[in-house]
Write a protein that binds this ligand. Structure first.
Ligand code: IMP
Length: 213
């Protein structure tokens, strides 16, 4: 049995990652909820740096809480940093996707800010292309090694909200393959093609290879 801590405070992300890697007898997924105060200052200049900062934040927390650490008997820590890049906004919100409308902004506040920003930008009338980017980091505790894996999902930004599934910008992220927004499809459909699925399928392979599962 391999124990893997998913270093995120976002339960949606945790659930997605768990079902992408696949629940199995061999892999046990661990989530530390927001009751644990884990300090992460996302001040990296790239998604990769931010993904590493998240793992390091959890390592620090576990070092400060040795009882919890030994109770969980972890083998890996995995994190990810993701973002939305909109072509007509020059790649914005990018690294600031989660806090586009301000620190602790809600999903709907972020979406509204995006729609407003695109409404006033001339280039956005014709070009609404965008992509989600996910940079996954896998930390092997025994070997103290970091590995990184990337995934992208291309689509466009709709000017109205559709669908109630998923999280974040899913209600305005239109995917041509679905002819729907991500929020209008089931998670099983999203997990076939999403940026997070592409990155975490590689994480799963890396774990399986190393553990000979
Ligand atoms: P992070 O938690 O710092 O990586 O912030 C990434 C932000 O990008 C999230 O809070 C979401 O707003 C957005 N995002 C990333 N992946 C997705 C997705 O799959 N669907 C919708 N929004 C996403």
């Amino acid at each position: 049995m391999v124990n893997i801590l998913i270093a995120t405070g976002n339960y949606h992300k945790f659930q997605e990652i768990k079902s992408i890697i696949g629940d199995s007898k061999e892999i046990n997924f661990v989530y530390l909820n927001r009751d644990y105060k884990i300090e992460i200052i996302e001040n990296g200049k790239t998604y990769k740096e931010n993904a590493k900062i998240k793992v390091e934040g959890y390592i620090k927390f576990l070092n400060e809480n040795p009882e919890l650490d030994s109770e969980m008997s972890l083998d890996y820590i995995a994190s990810e940093d993701s973002g939305l890049e909109v072509e007509c906004l020059g790649g914005d919100p990018g690294l600031f996707t989660a806090r586009y409308a301000g620190e602790n902004a809600s999903d709907i506040e972020n979406i509204n800010k995006l729609i407003d920003a695109m409404r006033v930008k001339k280039e956005c009338t014709e070009n609404r292309h965008a992509k989600f980017v996910c940079l996954a980091c896998l930390y092997d505790i025994k070997r103290r090694s970091f590995r990184y894996f990337e995934g992208e999902l291309k689509g466009s930004i709709s000017n109205k909200i559709s669908g109630t599934k998923g999280f974040g910008y899913d209600p305005v992220f239109f995917v041509p393959e679905f002819n729907k927004t991500v929020a209008q499809v089931d998670s099983s459909e999203k997990n076939k093609i999403s940026h997070r699925a592409i990155a975490f399928k590689q994480v799963a392979e890396a774990i399986k290879e190393r553990e000979r599962l």
